[in-house]
Design a protein around this ligand. Structure first.
Ligand code: NAD
Length: 480
């Protein structure tokens, strides 16, 4: 059985402990590889390697660093099929989705930040004829990047690329639940000729390796994506050392559907925003509010279309929903469906585990589920489920829609469907979310700020926001 290795100082190494964690293929429910169970000794080694590499890497020109990132991006493109298959097996997502979204986006992340660092400019202020201020933006040193399992290589590279482009060396930890494409990336880094120690990838458990990264005194900046509870723990542990921290956390995103919307486009897209990646995207809309005038029609059409979604072996081309990521996660999702029933909800479709036959008979499959009849303030509508489960609720008028949409502790993303331009602008301004989509969903421009408010996080990723985050501004004031 394959053993994944850490990537430290340019080499593929076993963990110091010599111990490994089982890595499970969620579509078949069986162990298929082993992940290093690393600890603070591996992080210590990675930090030393990064410290040795930093003076040379940070002294390279932006163009020289960009050249490495462009090479890595091309290698991802050249290996797209291998990487997509690995992502699908590791995570349970449909292979077609990994091929169309996850891996192309990982390549784009490196390509985008290679280009961005070449365009990145700092400010200069001529205070008077004899006084000039200018701002240097220096890399911080060693960056710690910690990512989750839902979009493994996509989100891993989204952090690593700007950190490296800005001149930092990186210690990165993928989720222990989906480590495979990060391991394959380390092989591609070797092929791309990255100097040893510039990027180090250390595998293992959050409370061991993750905690060792956030606690290490020589790691000056932490970029984290994951659950809100873990984010709070990281905020607590990093606060006394004044590390720079970016936290991209959970969500409970509202979709607001007004009667005047382009109905067919809304219906197609709402199906995607509800169930893509088995609903395991932080941006999925899990609370769907529908203006009462179109509620009955929407309910009928949406449930009919949801029933048509094929849940099957993620390697089959017709798969629209694959497996959810783990045994623990399927139990969590099913427990929320039970809670919804206890809270008075009616299951309109789905609501149960899907039992497949053959290769996937022990896999973790959940039928896409639509629930109605719940109050917006019940636990089902307040807590993040992170699975193929949505609730639908009617509303009357824009004010009520806004109030309901804003009624959770989260504030990551919101989607609005309306043809009324003024309403779109009003809601765009008033919705408590870091990202608002109007008449679209997951339409991304990598230059835009990305992140959440309230319990969905602190800080923004994307474009210049990311390059600013991974650099320390220093103002120089000269009188001459
Ligand atoms: P998680 O918080 O359990 O784990 C995320 C990462 O943190 C993993 O690599 C894990 O090993 C590590 N970790 C765990 N405990 C740690 C600790 N004490 N110190 C340091 N690192 C630690 O999250 P998950 O279950 O992997 O991911 C799902 C969550 O991620 C959902 O809540 C989802 O909404 C969120 N998410 C947010 C975004 C966003 O951009 N806001 C994107 C994707 C996922």
């Amino acid at each position: 059985m394959q053993k994944i290795a850490n990537y430290i100082a340019g080499k593929l190494l076993p963990p110091a402990s010599g111990e490994y964690i089982d890595n499970i293929d969620p579509a078949i429910g069986k162990v298929y590889s082993h992940t290093p169970d690393s600890d603070e000794r591996d992080i210590g080694q990675a930090v030393q390697a990064a410290q040795r590499a930093f003076p040379v890497w940070s002294a390279k020109t932006a163009g020289q660093r960009a050249a490495y990132l462009y090479r890595l991006s091309s290698l991802i493109d050249a290996n797209i099929e291998k990487l997509a298959l690995a992502e699908s097996v590791d995570n349970g997502k449909p292979l077609a989705l990994a091929l169309a979204v996850d891996i192309p986006r990982a390549s784009q992340n490196f390509h985008f930040f290679a280009s961005a660092i070449e365009q990145f400019a700092s400010e200069s202020h001529a205070t008077s004829e004899r006084v000039l201020n200018y701002t240097l933006r220096k890399p911080i040193g060693i960056a710690g990047c910690i990512s989750p399992w839902n979009l493994p290589l996509y989100l891993f590279s989204w952090k690593i690329a700007p950190a490296l482009a800005a001149g930092n060396c990186v210690i990165a930890k993928p989720s222990e639940i989906t480590p495979m494409t990060a391991f394959l990336l380390s092989e591609l880094c070797i092929e791309a000729g990255f100097p040893g120690g510039v990027l180090n990838i250390v595998h293992g458990l959050g409370h061991k390796v993750g905690a060792a990264i956030t606690a290490h005194s020589d790691i000056g900046v932490i970029s984290f994506t994951g659950g809100t509870r873990t984010g709070a723990e990281i905020a607590r542990t990093t606060a006394p050392t004044f590390k720079k921290v970016s936290l991209e956390l959970g969500g409970k995103n509202p979709t607001l559907i007004f009667a005047d919307c382009q109905y067919d486009d809304m219906l197609d897209t709402t199906l995607r925003s509800s169930f893509t990646n088995q609903g395991q995207i932080c941006l999925c809309g899990s609370r769907i509010f529908v203006e009462r005038a179109v509620y009955a029609k929407f309910k009928q059409d949406f449930v009919a279309r949801t029933r048509e979604l094929t849940v099957c072996d993620p390697l089959e081309p017709e798969s629209r929903l694959g497996a959810v990521v783990s045994q623990q996660h399927i139990e969590k999702i099913l427990s929320y469906i039970e809670l919804a029933k206890e809270e008075g909800g009616t299951i309109l479709c789905g609501g149960e585990r899907v039992q497949l036959t053959g290769r996937c008979k022990n896999g973790f499959f959940v039928a896409p589920t639509v629930i109605e009849g719940l109050d917006a303030h019940c636990r089902t509508n307040q807590e993040e489920i992170f699975g193929p489960v949505v609730t639908i609720m009617p509303f009357e008028g824009e004010d009520e829609a806004l109030k309901l949409a804003n009624s959770t502790e989260y504030g990551l993303a919101a989607t609005v469907w309306t043809e009324n331009l003024s309403r779109a602008h009003r809601l765009g301004s008033e919705l408590q979310a870091g990202v608002v989509w109007v008449n679209c969903w997951l339409l991304r421009d990598l230059r835009t700020p990305f992140g959440g408010t309230k319990s969905s996080g602190v800080g923004r990723e994307g474009g210049d926001e990311a390059l600013r985050f991974f650099t320390e501004p220093k103002n120089v004031c000269i009188k001459f």
